[in-house]
Design a protein around this ligand. Structure first.
Ligand SMILES: [Cu+2]
Length: 184
């Protein structure tokens, strides 16, 4: 009894040390510039936005006919949009923003693992009769999709289009991409 208690304490101490050290090193080295607990990861289709910066609200309805209404959205580069997503159907739906490539891959995974849980700032899962909300900043121009990736829904065509029009001064905000073309 005494031995096992002692052994347990030793194991716990070892675990605490092993667990704490790499995590500390990781946060020091890799995420030094992280501003706060909310991780805003830049995606090809934008970045998580702040509700206070959202000057525009877009309402999207999700229907059991496996369609969104509206199906096409036009957004200007740099715009932060608050999406109010209403599930007007009787089954679960979701609103996921991404590139077609990203959504294709994600949808395939959802077909293999229908019960898979996922949550990212660019998606809202909405139960029948409920309303979900996400805030997203479209800081990159391009043609993107919003889709319901629930198994069968995406395949039935539950997808809409987002066109983000670039602005001339926004182009100068991407110096990293221009450096690649710099020659001596
Ligand atoms: Cu759906």
């Amino acid at each position: 009894m005494q031995f096992s208690k002692h052994a347990l304490a030793a194991v716990l101490a070892a675990l605490a040390t092993a667990g704490a050290t790499p995590a500390f090193a990781h946060s020091e080295d890799a995420h030094e510039k992280k501003a706060g607990p909310v991780v805003k990861e830049q995606k090809d289709w934008g970045i998580a936005g702040d509700a206070r910066n959202a000057k525009r609200t877009v309402e999207v309805r999700m229907l059991d006919s496996m369609r969104f209404s509206p199906e096409k959205l036009e957004i200007k580069q740099g715009e932060t949009v608050r999406f109010v997503v209403k599930n007007a159907g009787a089954v679960m739906h979701e609103f996921v923003i991404g590139t077609k490539k990203e959504n294709d891959a994600h949808a395939e995974m959802m077909m293999k693992h229908p019960g898979m849980e996922h949550d990212e700032p660019y998606m809202a899962h909405v139960a029948p009769g409920k309303t979900g909300e996400i805030v997203w900043t479209f800081n990159r121009p391009g043609n993107f999709d919003f889709a319901c990736l629930i198994a069968g829904h995406y395949q039935a065509g539950m997808v809409g289009k987002i066109k983000v029009a670039g602005t001339s001064n926004a182009a100068s905000q991407a110096p990293a991409q221009k450096q690649a073309a710099h020659k001596h």
